[in-house]
Design a protein around this ligand. Sequence first.
Ligand code: CA
Ligand code: CA
Length: 408
Amino acid sequence: MIRIRPWPAFAAVLALLARADVWVPAAAAASADEVHVRTSAAFAPCLAPALDAFTRATGMRVVVTVAEPDPPLDADVVVGDDSEMTRLLEGGTADLSSAFDLGYVPWVLVSPAPGDATASEAGPVAVLGGAAGREAREWLGKNGHGAVGVMRGGAELGRARRALVPRSLAGRGETRATGVRPLVAVAAAIAGSPRRAAAQKLLAFLRGPEGRRALGSCFDAAPAAATAPARAAAVYAQAVVDWWLPQCTLAHNRYNDPAEVLGPPDAVNLGGVDNYQGFMSLGEGGYVTVDMGATIADGPGPDIRVFQTTSNEPVTVYASTAPGGPFALIGLRVSCGVRTPGVFSNHCDFDLHDGGVAAARYLKVEDGEIYPCLAGGTVTEGADIDAVQALSATTASRPAPLALLSRP
Ligand SMILES: [Ca+2]
Ligand SMILES: [Ca+2]
């Protein structure tokens, strides 16, 4: 953990970030004229010039801790990837109404430049640890990159000769693009923060033109909106044929009604902590099986869209032509956090082709977060399912006999 107090000039910040973990003791007692920011390593280099600009514009000091945002400890503002923010936002520690996206940081693969005589000594592929690096580590495993070294510090990753890193942490060498989901930098105020006004001032600055200018090109804009194909009438889940939630989830979660996953996405936050409407929280490994009311054919690209409300909580989908199965696995623990402007819920897409399925009418949507219920402490445990949409062409079909629903 690097702690910088107060926030020095940008060049000095970069010098600190480039060193191994450093503790810089407090130079002054906490004051109303300062704001504490806790940011993931991947976003620290991007934030540095903007926080410096904030200090110059307002005279307020910014105390920065570079570490995973959860737990926030003494932070007033946290900045983390979707996957690191889930529990802070679900549990109300961070104020959902203050949260916004700063931008996206793609992952790049760094390797020694061609002709580098020392390339053979480059060592294993360094990769980010923690929740933000989970998908990157899985990608390395699937793509046969051999030995991997997991690191948490931005400086260590920047020094690695071979690395899979957020672009903001790439060191020297050749970089190339990867298929890993870009990190989404989400900023939010901590709900019980003693310096609430300062936190709001900083967030307003980062959202405004001066802040955006200072953030520069470190963050990419949102990818072109992934809109659903234009269809005469969008097809959404029409009926629930089965569902299951563990007893612990039934006892602790507030959003247990499977009917909330039917119809178009309609989830909203009604203000305040844990005050939602319009989704079903699946808890620890729970599921809901829906009848789409028509048969979805495997078309080119994705065929199914699941709307999931909080952050990028992972979702698993199985498909069948009959309500009682057999179900084929279509996608396992898929990160479900793609934004759509104007829609409160995020989404993720699934391709029937990935499960070797030509057509399906019944979809089993299962929690992929699998967070231990007893340790959860929120009332929205698990993936929060708002709606299920058919993206590919559908054909009317008679429902399969309900008798198939009976279980052994
Ligand atoms: Ca398809
Ligand atoms: Ca809904």
